[in-house]
Design a protein around this ligand. Structure first.
Ligand SMILES: Cc1cc2nc3c(=O)[nH]c(=O)nc-3n(C[C@H](O)[C@H](O)[C@H](O)COP(=O)(O)OP(=O)(O)OC[C@H]3O[C@@H](n4cnc5c(N)ncnc54)[C@H](O)[C@@H]3O)c2cc1C
Length: 470
């Protein structure tokens, strides 16, 4: 029997962060990885958001020397694909002036391969004093008098200590502790993706500072593209309840788009790898802990409810779990009741802030980009009509504006119920009922914002009147 304060199953971003934080607190810590090295069994690459740098000082040490696949980008492109499989428009976005975190004004994502990032992070945990056991599959939870007191590996070795389940989406710890039998189909997505190889100089020349693309489509669920130093991913996913065909059928629809094929040609990109992974995606995590056990990251269902960013939540919940475990161990009480402070801790973080509007964020994603036939089939032409219709000189501009307005009117029978059912509840969850009332009650809006009334009056004043007031 090996004795530790903390035993962590999994050396992904969650497990390694937990191991580092626990070791830094002076807790005797071991963490296990079934792969030969951390990062071997995960989706091959990921985008890391600025919140990670904001929250974790050690992220500043992530450099191209330790992670050669790193590529930062400030721009994201959104392609709109219509029902005929044509790219009918795109917009490129960059951080705007409302961004308050200064570094996030110059980049939106740092993309890197997990085969480099995960070992780097695990190395920091080892440097802090945690013990890493690779090529070790943890197969069970160790019990004494019916209580969970540690874990058992595939060789029958026993490790006693407080258990942190950081073992990803198909979490053995969640199942064997009774916290979850299995995910319901509407709580978990499957994400197939291709990894393409291409030269760093081609990516720089052709993509510039673009690091991400989202392909919004009427024929497949939204697909994402992430550019790394020497390649890119194209992938898509949806909840298990959605698929009527093999997910690869839909992924191939993206890859076979004429536009995408052109991109592949100009980038001289070559397919390198195919992968398919599961990812939990839900509006509100629950059943996160029981006696002597806490679940973090994917094991606890923490990816962002809007777009399933999962590494930041894994690392943030890791920190909250270690703080909780350290306090509980110091008190000598690791019962489920005493660990309930874990939920308070992660709810108080930026991850918790996202989950306050979790169900609404998840609903809108489900109803819009993940509903290609039902919603995107009218959304894409409506959006491209609005953004592209006016940029046309085939008629006098006022004529074109009237034509565009008439066409948009045709989409209102679909757009209005969508706004009522999906957009207003989301705004309500984010802004609160008080502010919503302000938005949906024009009279109150004008009373509370006299400047607005003045602006509206000025806007509708004719030119003579305006001159007369000067
Ligand atoms: C295709 C795809 C693309 C994604 N892109 C992004 C992205 O761009 N940005 C982002 O933030 N998130 C992204 N995510 C989500 C992100 O990958 C996860 O949310 C994140 O990895 C969760 O971290 P974790 O530490 O909780 O679990 P994991 O990263 O899954 O780590 C769990 C680790 O535990 C090990 N393990 C599991 N069971 C055992 C066991 N019994 N014994 C020993 N070891 C075990 C596994 O081998 C693994 O290394 C993506 C996910 C997918 C599927």
């Amino acid at each position: 029997m090996h004795e530790y304060d903390i035993v962590i199953v999994g050396a992904g971003p969650g497990g390694s962060t937990a191991a580092k934080e626990a070791a830094e607190k002076g807790l005797k810590t071991v963490f296990f990885e079934r792969g030969r090295k951390p990062g071997e069994k995960n989706s091959s690459g990921s985008g890391l958001g600025p919140r990670l740098w904001r929250e974790f000082d050690f992220m500043r040490d992530l450099t191209p020397e330790v992670c050669p696949s790193m590529r930062a980008g400030a721009a994201a492109r959104n392609y709109f694909v219509d029902s005929d499989g044509e790219v009918s428009g795109y917009i490129m976005t960059k951080p705007t002036d409302s961004v308050t975190y200064e570094p996030a004004r110059s980049w939106i994502t740092m993309n890197c391969y997990r085969s480099e990032f995960d070992p780097w992070l695990a190395g920091l945990a080892v440097d802090a004093g945690a013990e890493l056991r690779t090529s070790t599959l943890v197969t069970g939870l160790l019990k004494e008098d019916g209580k969970i007191v540690g874990v058992i590996d595939e060789r029958g070795e026993k490790y006693k200590g407080f258990v942190i389940g950081a073992d990803g989406v198909v979490s053995m710890v969640a199942r064997q502790s009774g916290l979850r039998h299995r995910w319901e189909q509407r709580q978990v997505t499957i994400v197939p993706q291709y990894d393409f190889e291409c030269s760093p100089s081609k990516i720089d020349d052709i993509m510039g500072d673009e690091a991400l693309a989202v392909w919004w489509s009427a024929t497949f669920p939204a697909a994402y593209q992430a550019f790394f130093n020497d390649g890119f991913h194209i992938g898509l996913g949806n909840w298990m309840t959605w698929w009527d065909k093999n997910p690869v059928h839909y992924l191939n629809k993206v890859v076979n788009l004429k536009y995408f094929q052109r991109l592949v040609r100009v980038l001289d990109a070559k397919p390198r790898e195919f992968q398919a992974h599961l990812l939990p995606w839900q509006g509100s995590p629950h059943d996160t802990h029981t006696d002597n056990v806490i679940l973090i990251g994917d094991a606890g269902g923490f990816p962002c409810p809007l777009e399933a960013e999962g590494m930041y939540p894994a690392m943030v919940t890791a920190r909250a779990a270690v703080e909780t475990a350290a306090e509980a161990l110091a008190e000598g009480d690791t019962s489920k009741e005493s660990l309930s402070i874990y939920d308070e801790k992660w709810m108080a973080t930026s991850v918790g802030e996202d989950f306050k509007a979790g169900p609404e964020l998840e609903h809108i994603w489900r109803a819009l980009p993940f509903s290609p036939r039902k919603t995107m089939s009218w959304f894409v032409p409506m959006f491209t009509e609005i953004t592209g219709g006016i940029m046309d000189w085939s008629e006098a501009h006022p004529v074109r504006v009237r034509q565009v307005a008439r066409r948009i009117k045709q989409y209102l029978p679909q757009a209005v119920p969508f706004i009522m059912k999906e957009v207003l509840p989301l705004l309500n969850a984010i802004l609160g009922e008080e502010k919503m009332d302000l938005l949906t009650n024009p009279e109150r809006l004008l009373t509370e914002l006299p400047e607005l009334e003045e602006a509206i009056t000025n806007a509708f004043m004719d030119d003579d009147e305006e001159e007369g007031t000067e």
